[in-house]
Design a protein around this ligand. Structure first.
Ligand code: 4NP
Length: 172
């Protein structure tokens, strides 16, 4: 039997970094896990992408996979892709990891859609304007630090969506 919310459009959330092999795949994995734990998976469409096409079709960086797995998150099935123009229609919220991603996304955004683009750490108390650092050229500990930040981001993002989610459950 179809669920009572099956006709409602999902809340689309797209996470974006440069390569789509380190930060945004981890962000996707962390947020998806939070949403599943909250029993809200049916309300969300979650994906990630890169502003570059450099790693198209590749699985996440092995260090990112390992760091995520250590926290019970399997991101091995993800494959890198570049942001598409249609993403600005498909996703309600586009979350950039750093200011370069934010600028590139705002340049790409069709008229009226730049407002859907946000910085990840704007969802963290005291983190507004901050950046999720690129761990690509560093060691394994950088990936753990990124995951710490992304867990805070995921909690804040989900919290910010509570009013929208409550509205849905109040509807007949
Ligand atoms: P990401 O990290 O943007 O978090 O996926 C990077 C991955 C690859 C490169 C840079 C950053 N790269 O230069 O190839």
């Amino acid at each position: 039997m179809a669920s009572e919310h099956s006709e409602r459009p999902k809340i689309g959330v797209l996470f974006v970094c440069l390569g789509n092999i380190c930060r945004s795949p981890m962000a996707e994995g962390v947020f998806r896990k939070r949403v599943e734990e909250a029993g809200l998976a049916a309300h969300f469409e979650i994906d990630s992408a890169g502003t570059s096409n450099w790693h198209r079709g590749e699985a996440p960086d092995s260090r990112a996979q390992r760091a995520a797995r250590a926290r019970g998150i399997d991101i091995s099935g993800q494959r890198a892709r570049k942001v598409r123009h249609s993403d600005f229609e498909k996703f309600d919220i586009i979350v950039a990891m750093d200011n370069a991603n934010l600028r590139d996304l705002k340049e790409m955004a069709p008229a009226g859609r730049a407002g859907s683009v946000h910085l990840a750490l704007d969802f963290v108390e005291g983190g507004a304007g901050g950046e999720v650092p690129d761990p690509y050229y560093g060691g394994a500990e950088g990936f753990g630090h990124v995951l710490d930040l992304l867990e805070q981001m995921a909690d804040g993002l989900l919290q910010s969506l509570k009013p929208q989610l409550a509205e849905r459950s109040n509807e007949p």
